[in-house]
Ligand binder design. Structure first.
Ligand code: ADP
Length: 641
């Protein structure tokens, strides 16, 4: 029978995950207490919660990581339970103990389970006993450098050194030759010492091009355990997840069942409770190896929610409350395909350096049944130096992978973010690359497809440049139209924008900058295909195409008549040039859009088109004549309507 649910929980976290937890708590009628640092005083999670308690200065070491402050906040607010989210104190055994000692329910596993999985080497020992296949390697207590090196020499190179206490890819070093071992070990140990104050090392066989496939599991206090299928998190940069998906492409039902069963064996071996993730490496032969278990909700849990139709935060609250799991294994079904892209304020072109600053503009894609956005920031917020610079998790779903992927690329191109550099173009290129579309993923994907993702290939320039030039011409036309709308000169031809093409379809020459390359293009002013989209930014625009996104700008403004024409109604020359040809006779009716004359300026030709049906009453210049910038070129009479 269902027990009475908590009435109030505290969320010991910030950002999108705090908002995400508040959302489910609200749905369940549970009151929420947010905690916040100085920098987060006005943040979204604070405004969404029923109460909020200040827990310290901006650095997380003085706020979100201070166990006492959080326990005190929980006690003073009357919360019965604490949800730790992910990161921060979520896998901290001391915190879990402090919750227990203060009669606060920790919404997570028992402390013993956290301890069992806290060390990658201890975890491997437990998993070996539970008959869960391990990545081959050394995870012994003897940490003598010679012993570690001998183990590497025995298993053969390449090997991967890992910090037992590791996380976030820190303290990891690949070693390709015996001769490099000692130096790599010293470096990995230094990093581990700095990050975790622990230099215990594991040596693993460095698998080549494996996939990262993890299983979401759930256990309750009544010996029930289920798995909620797998997620493929192979798209990584520096061993950090970038795009995750569920199910894993190419997964067979047989392999899913074997991996699911192994994950449940792993969880039951440590008397697990709550949400957990068992991470495996999957090789090209379909063999899988236990890597580690995360004893918390994962960042990428939404993809599992999308394909299973379950609310994992609700499950967490129910399990922590002592209720049985909401579903049995047989009741769980997998439907469709989901992706999550982690949108970051960072600069992929500069080694993914975090980008901080104010989100002066944050326009997100529309949320629908297919598009979900988990975010903890709104326009105007600051991406600060204090925390992870994630802006949002973009989650998409559809009945099959191909359609889900279309939602992903479309939604990415719908974002408009100013104030910080984002990884959106990088994500878009990943998502639109052919290999990813084929589901041909492995953990080395980004390095392998470097050229394609960062568009360093020459053939991409040839593809993008004409599209960029068209986008520029269209943008000019649009700005001319805007000008016309603002103008209050009733007789201005700019008012007749519906028919007035500032430049007609005769070829135009432009120089565009694509990335860092300059390309000369001759183009016509035709509409962009519907699958191409230009989104302006501070230095130009991003051109989203089926073959990736290109950052473009107009290198040398095409200083033609079309652009510099003022809105006073004069068809005036913007700069010094020469009349090339007159194409119609004065007094003879012309139709809107018809080319009236051609002028050359700055070595480029510019066509002057009829603003409406009507006639030229007089040309003020003849072919070959020089025209000063600003001079009126012709007089035009509009036809009676
Ligand atoms: P962390 O806890 O620091 O995130 P993990 O052990 O979870 O480290 O590994 C992170 C990623 O590193 C994996 O998803 C995988 O891409 C890569 N990796 C880890 N171990 C191996 C291995 N033995 N062989 C190849 N790649 C590995």
């Amino acid at each position: 029978m269902d027990k009475e649910m908590f009435t109030k929980i505290l969320i010991a976290n910030r950002g999108e995950i705090a908002c995400r937890i508040i959302q489910t708590a609200k749905k369940m009628g549970v009151k929420t207490v947010a905690v916040f640092s100085e920098a987060d005083r006005n943040s979204l999670h604070v405004s969404l919660a029923d109460e909020a308690i200040h827990i310290g200065p901006s650095p997380s070491i003085e706020s979100y990581l201070v166990i006492d402050n959080i326990i005190q906040a929980a006690l003073s607010s009357g919360a019965q339970a604490i949800h730790p989210g992910y990161g921060f104190l979520s896998e901290n055994a001391d915190f879990c103990r402090q919750c227990d000692a203060n009669n606060l329910i920790f919404i997570g596993p028992p402390v013993e389970a956290i301890l069992a999985m806290g060390s990658k080497s201890a975890a491997k020992n437990i998993m070996a006993k539970a008959n869960v296949p391990l990545v081959p390697g050394y995870h012994g207590d003897d940490q003598n450098s010679a012993t570690l090196k001998q183990s590497a020499d025995d298993m053969g190179y390449p090997v991967l050194l890992k910090a037992a206490a590791g996380g976030g890819g820190k303290g990891m070093r690949a070693v390709y030759h015996s001769s490099e071992f000692d130096q790599a070990l010293a470096a990995a140990k230094r990093e581990a010492k700095n990050s975790f104050n622990d230099e215990i090392m594991l040596v693993e066989k460095y698998l080549q091009q494996p996939r990262h496939v993890e299983i979401q599991i759930f256990c309750d206090q009544h010996n029930n355990a289920v798995h909620l299928f797998e997620r493929d998190c192979s798209l990584q940069r520096r061993h950090q997840k970038v795009i995750e998906e569920a199910p894993a492409p190419g997964m067979t039902e047989d392999l899913r069942q074997r991996m699911g069963a192994a994950a449940i064996r792993a969880a039951t071996a440590i008397d697990y409770q709550g949400a957990g993730t068992v991470e495996f490496l999957l090789d090209s032969n379909g063999e899988f190896f236990f890597m580690e278990m995360n004893t918390r909700l994962q960042v990428e849990h939404p993809v599992t929610e999308m394909i299973s139709g379950q609310d994992l935060v609700e499950w967490q609250l129910r399990v922590a409350n002592g209720e049985p799991l909401p579903c049995t294994q047989d009741q769980l079904t997998l439907k469709g395909h989901a992706f999550e892209a982690r949108i970051y304020a960072e600069d992929p072109e500069h080694d993914f350096l975090p980008s901080t600053g104010q989100l002066t503009e944050l326009r997100s894609p529309l949320e629908t049944n297919n598009v979900r956005i988990d975010s903890g920031v709104v326009e105007g917020d600051e991406v600060s130096v204090f925390y992870d610079p994630m802006i949002a998790k973009l989650v998409v779903w559809d009945l099959d992978r191909e359609r889900a992927l279309q939602h992903l690329t479309r939604a990415l191109s719908d974002y408009k973010i100013s104030g910080v550099t984002t990884n959106i173009p990088f994500l878009y290129n990943l998502a639109s690359s052919q290999a990813f579309r084929n589901g041909d993923v492995n953990t080395g994907f980004i390095e392998e497809h470097d050229d394609e993702i960062f568009h360093r290939r020459q053939e991409d320039l040839g593809y993008a440049a004409p599209l960029a030039a068209q986008a520029i011409l269209i943008a000019r036309e649009e700005s001319a139209r805007d000008l016309a709308e603002q103008s209050n000169e009733p007789n201005s031809p700019w008012h007749l924008v519906n028919h007035w093409r500032v430049s007609n379809n005769s070829p135009q020459r432009l120089t565009v900058t694509i990335g860092t390359e300059q390309v000369k293009v001759i183009t016509e002013n035709s509409a962009l295909p519907t699958n191409i989209k230009a989104v302006n930014d501070a230095t130009g625009f991003n051109l989203f195409t089926p073959n990736g996104v290109f950052h473009c700008a107009e290198t040398q403004p095409d200083l033609g008549l079309d652009q510099d024409q003022d809105s006073s109604g004069n068809l005036a020359a913007p700069l010094n040039g020469t009349v090339v040809t007159l194409l119609v006779d004065p007094g003879i009716p012309v139709t809107k859009g018809e080319t009236l004359m051609v002028m050359e300026a700055m070595k480029m030709e510019h066509s002057i088109a009829a603003p409406s049906d009507g006639k030229v009453s007089e040309f003020f210049y003849q072919p070959g004549e020089l025209v000063d910038g600003g001079a009126e070129l012709l007089a035009f009479e509009h036809a009676e309507t």
